[in-house]
Design a binder for this molecule. Structure first.
Ligand SMILES: [Mg+2]
Length: 121
């Protein structure tokens, strides 16, 4: 079973993502900010991280930078979630180490296609 860490400060978004991912046969873990997500990845890296951008404590961008500087063994695939449609914003995330992005709100079909792009579905 593949594992996914859902990182978002919105409980509703985490629940929606968890539900979709469980129907796609993922084992799901949750974190509500980048700091928790980093601890979770260092403890046991998931196969893929679904990463919110705007979060308190540690943002998605700061999480990516910290993960890049860490000695995490199996680097997870990163799909970042954004509500902003600017290419500059998306480019910045890809440059920081994200593998793919998905616009919020997302549905099952969209998320599944993004997971396929990163080789996880
Ligand atoms: Mg947020």
């Amino acid at each position: 079973m593949k594992s996914c860490l859902v990182v978002d400060d919105s409980k509703v978004i985490r629940q929606v993502a968890r539900h979709i991912l469980e129907t796609l046969q993922f084992e799901v873990r949750e974190a509500c900010d980048g700091r928790q997500a980093l601890d979770s990845c260092l403890d046991s890296p998931p196969d893929v991280v679904l990463l919110d951008w705007n979060m308190p404590v540690m943002s998605g961008m700061d999480f990516l930078r910290a993960l890049g500087e860490s000695d995490v063994t199996n680097r997870p695939k990163i799909i970042f979630c954004t509500t902003e449609n600017g290419m500059a914003h998306i480019r910045a995330a890809i440059d920081a180490g994200a593998d793919e992005y998905v616009m919020k709100p997302f549905d099952r079909e969209t998320l599944e296609s993004k997971l396929q792009i990163v080789g996880m579905a």
